[in-house]
Design a protein. Structure first.
Length: 465
């Protein structure tokens, strides 16, 4: 397996996502090309040694469902991501007989109500399980790693292939070693459960379907949500082929097999995937779409390192954006001034050539000279932009500064606090540089992102006549 894995990794580059799943003495892996959105390779086999260094590409570890605990929490008294994260961390030791420091939690918010409560899907992993998987890679670095439950891979996989389906649906991952059931609705994972299978037993198909029915009943009892309307089977191999008729007969649901026609494969890979007894659906799903930070099961120290790295990249991106805005403003101002100077020069030369024969045009020359002097003084832009950065609250970020010939200045940005937006508007009104403008907050809208709540705002400054 060692040489086989080395050859598999040697063909990758920085535009590649690797997704691995480890279970006992077996592994599965895929290679997914980001630029071409293409499944480039699949591998599976016995796990007998550690994996070699994978370079600087991003690695996702797909934790199988049977190594995790998932619970649906109906009435979590919070909607802030930071508060929810604290609550689920405290809840985990109540569900498993381990101290909090031995557990790692992740979550997805399924619903929110007007009273401030949330429905949360909580996933819990033992720290040793995660560290064992991380130990398969030399020098694990949190900046290039994610650890995500396989259930969310099934959710992404289904949403990618059926993006417009918002019904409550059961997904059965027909893997010959570790089959799994997930209940999804739109982009939300409502429930999941590992299924037991023993293909050496006669009529194993009926036992497998009984597991599906038990899981459906457990979903309804645990969540109290809408019953599933249909059942979709993903994967390939004997589990899919030999259990479909039993599923149709004993579940009472409309059963269909999820088509992979929308997926893009490297040459010959589609046939190889069909011949596999293993299902790669969850791994492909995690490669197709990046998972939010709340779903990452990395240990706290690696997650903090990853967060700091992402923060530095975002700061660099915003700095480059601000530099680009300033450059565009300066370039536009210089070009506008140059055009005015050339135009006025041509008019002045023409006026001088006919002044001897057209005395009445002297008055026009005086007006043009006045226009020239005004054009040389035009709107600087840089002074106003400098003043804007001076009064900008430290926690706010400027994303757009625009100015048009009508005397309208547009300021757009983001702030974690609403008070900072109105504080900025008040500072602009008091500023001597903006004394000739009327200042108005056009909008200030809150939205929820991965790092918490943030306020998008726009302030309009109109030059007064």
């Amino acid at each position: 397996m060692k040489n086989k894995t080395k050859n598999f990794l040697r063909r990758t580059d920085m535009n590649t996502i690797w997704v691995y799943q480890f279970a006992d003495d077996h592994f599965k892996a895929i290679k997914f090309l980001r630029g071409r959105h293409e499944l480039a390779a699949i591998e599976s086999g016995a796990l007998s040694s550690n994996l070699p260094d994978t370079g600087k590409g991003h690695i996702i570890i797909c934790l199988p469902r049977h190594k995790l605990t998932l619970r649906y929490l109906k009435n979590v008294p919070a909607q802030s991501p930071r508060e929810i994260e604290s609550i689920v961390a405290l809840q985990a030791p109540q569900l498993l007989p381990y101290p909090a420091q031995e557990l790692i939690t992740a979550y997805q918010v399924v619903s929110c109500d007007k009273q401030g409560y949330s429905g949360v899907n909580l996933v819990i992993a033992h720290k040793e399980t995660v560290e064992h998987c991380l130990g398969m890679f030399p020098r694990p670095d949190g900046r290039a790693l994610s650890v995500v439950a396989s259930s969310w891979g099934l959710l992404n996989y289904y949403n990618y292939l059926r993006p417009h389906d918002h019904e409550t649906t059961i997904i059965v991952d027909a893997d010959c070693r570790q089959p799994e059931l997930a209940v999804v609705q739109g982009d939300k994972l409502l429930f999941s459960r590992s299924l037991r299978i023993n293909m050496a037993v006669p009529s194993w198909q009926d036992g497998f379907v009984d597991e599906v029915n038990i899981s459906r009943d457990a979903f309804l009892k645990e969540t109290g949500l809408t019953p599933p309307a249909k059942l979709v089977v993903v994967g390939t191999g004997p589990v899919l082929k030999e259990s479909r008729s039993a599923l149709e007969r004993k579940t009472g649901l409309a059963v269909s097999v999820l088509s992979t026609d929308k997926l893009k494969f490297a040459p010959g890979l589609s046939d190889k995937l069909d011949a596999e007894g293993n299902s790669f659906a969850a791994l492909i799903g995690l490669a197709i779409k990046a998972s939010p930070a709340s779903m990452d099961l990395l240990p706290a120290e690696l997650k903090a390192k990853k967060s700091r790295s992402a923060g530095k990249k975002e700061l660099l991106r915003m700095s480059l954006s601000a530099c680009a805005i300033i450059f565009v403003l300066c370039l536009g101002f210089a070009r506008n001034l140059d055009n005015k100077a050339r135009y006025l020069g041509l008019l002045k030369a023409r006026l001088n050539s006919i002044s001897a024969e057209a005395g009445p045009l002297e008055e026009m020359e005086k007006r043009l000279q006045t226009l020239e002097s005004r054009g040389q003084k035009g709107f600087s832009g840089l002074e106003e932009l400098h003043e804007l950065y001076r009064v900008m609250p430290p926690q706010a970020a400027l994303t757009v500064f625009g100015y048009d010939e009508s005397g309208r200045a547009t300021i757009q940005g983001q702030s974690p606090e609403l008070n900072a937006v109105f504080g900025l508007a008040a500072e602009l009104e008091k500023s001597a540089v903006f004394s000739g403008f009327s200042v108005k907050v056009q909008y200030a809208t809150k939205k929820v992102v991965a790092s918490g709540e943030i306020v998008d705002f726009e302030i309009i400054c109109l030059r007064q006549e």
